[in-house]
Design a protein around this ligand. Structure first.
Ligand code: CTP
Length: 404
């Protein structure tokens, strides 16, 4: 659990800070809101106190005995200012300390992030540009405002980015050891479920949503890696800074993955490729027989891409690190982990991320729980949590392996 200070300055977007606060408290962090006097015109102290469960003070001279202006900054793991007005950025750049938020900014020694929101003219004014540059030079993170609808009917650059986006950016600052640790790495991630067409309209497919693969791609890109995401039939927006290669069948997936893997440092096969495909594809839609009979579909085996990646890598080579996924259920012949260990050995990959799907969870869910088995015999359990957390833990293990 981290101690977060959420500074709120006087902009209309301050209502969105309430959503950000909720994301932090739900993730188990402690949040102290420090609103500026003018921000209370938009959202009152009662809202902040109720949502955070802590006092929301604006002035240095309230509760003087607590020396809040020094203590709050010193104890913080992260200070965020959401939204940051042009006035607040100017005060922070000049070191002015005339209320609790600006004094806290001077006493904080932790990462500081500003999320500006203002009209385009104010954002583009030289005074603001200079202040942003000064703050960045001093090591603060200043998030670029989004482009879109501003207060009233006008639109342009200056909009506060989505609270989820700010939450993710803030989490990265809380885990500085991960920031940029994948710069210079090239990674390939496969995601989604392949489709094997019988005729122009029908296919054999599976339930894979692609969420875990997309989380892996997003996490690697956020840590500075160059990412190719081979996506099989996924209905999700492209992650930022990721090269997305759409594919349909297992054979397409194989071709795209092997091509991208040729020069990669790591390949993660999070996709669910169909193991079989119809022996033949019928060009015209298969018709009903009208005599009560049903057609038989002869299947042939698809290539095993993971096994091929392993066999393409010279025996003594450690690059690329090859990671497989396995959705397993326990049965009379062994537990989930027994089956997974046998699969890791059979496939010959370096890591196998094992999901227990006995209870039918995982598919399409935003959360995941897994065990990461390593070919050196070690196992790391990852508790149930957002798929992005599992993604980061997988990359932690991959990065460690690449460094050793
Ligand atoms: N995989 C692959 N090519 C295939 C099938 C699977 O590369 N044709 C990869 C998956 O992306 C996953 C791993 O292999 O990373 C394990 O998939 P799984 O379906 O569990 O493996 P199978 O060998 O098909 O095992 P099972 O017999 O349990 O289905």
């Amino acid at each position: 659990m981290s101690q977060i200070v959420l500074g709120v300055s006087g902009g209309i977007a301050s209502y969105k800070a309430a959503e950000l606060l909720r994301l932090f408290t739900e993730a188990g962090h402690s949040v102290r809101v420090v609103p500026t006097r003018s921000s209370l015109h938009f959202v009152g102290a009662a809202t902040w106190e109720a949502l955070s469960g802590q006092p929301a003070q604006t002035e240095v001279f309230e509760h003087v005995d607590e020396v809040a202006h020094v203590r709050i900054g010193q104890q913080a793991d992260l200070v965020l200012v959401v939204p940051a007005t042009a006035n607040l950025l100017a005060k922070a750049a000049a070191g002015i300390a005339d209320d609790l938020l600006t004094t806290t900014l001077l006493t904080a020694r932790c990462p500081v992030m500003f999320a500006p929101a203002m009209h385009t003219e104010m954002w583009e004014h030289e005074a603001t540009t200079d202040n942003v540059r000064i703050l960045r030079e001093r090591g603060a993170t200043v998030i670029e405002p989004a482009v879109g609808r501003l207060t009233g009917v006008d639109s342009g650059k200056g909009r506060l980015p989505d609270p989820v986006h700010l939450f993710e950016a803030a989490l990265r600052l809380l885990e500085p050891q991960r920031a940029g640790d994948m710069v210079g790495m090239r990674v390939v991630v496969s995601a989604g479920g392949t489709r094997e067409y019988l005729d122009p309209v029908r296919f054999l497919g599976n339930k894979s949503s692609g969420l875990q693969g997309y989380a892996l791609a997003e996490a690697a890109a956020a840590r500075g890696a160059e990412v190719t995401l081979v996506a099989a039939n996924v209905a999700l927006p492209d992650p930022a800074d990721v090269d997305v290669v759409p594919v349909v069948s297992t054979q397409d997936l194989r071709e795209a993955v092997l091509k991208a893997a040729a020069d990669a440092d790591a390949v993660v096969m999070a996709a669910a490729p169909a193991d079989f495909r119809p022996a033949e594809f019928v060009d015209a839609k298969i018709k009903k027989t009208h005599d009560g009979s049903a057609p038989s579909i002869l299947l042939v085996e698809n290539p095993d891409i993971l096994a091929e990646l392993v066999s393409n890598r010279p025996v003594a080579e450690r690059r690329p690190v090859i990671v497989g996924f396995a959705a397993e259920t326990g049965d009379a012949t062994g537990s989930v982990i027994d089956h997974a260990r046998a699969k890791l050995q059979r496939k010959g990959c370096d890591l196998l991320v094992v999901n227990d799907v006995s209870a039918g969870q995982v598919f399409g869910s935003p959360d995941n729980q897994a065990v990461i088995l390593s070919s050196d015999g070690s196992a790391q359990e990852v508790a149930l949590g957002p798929k992005i957390d599992l993604a980061h833990t997988i990359w932690d293990v991959v990065v460690q392996r690449s460094d050793s």
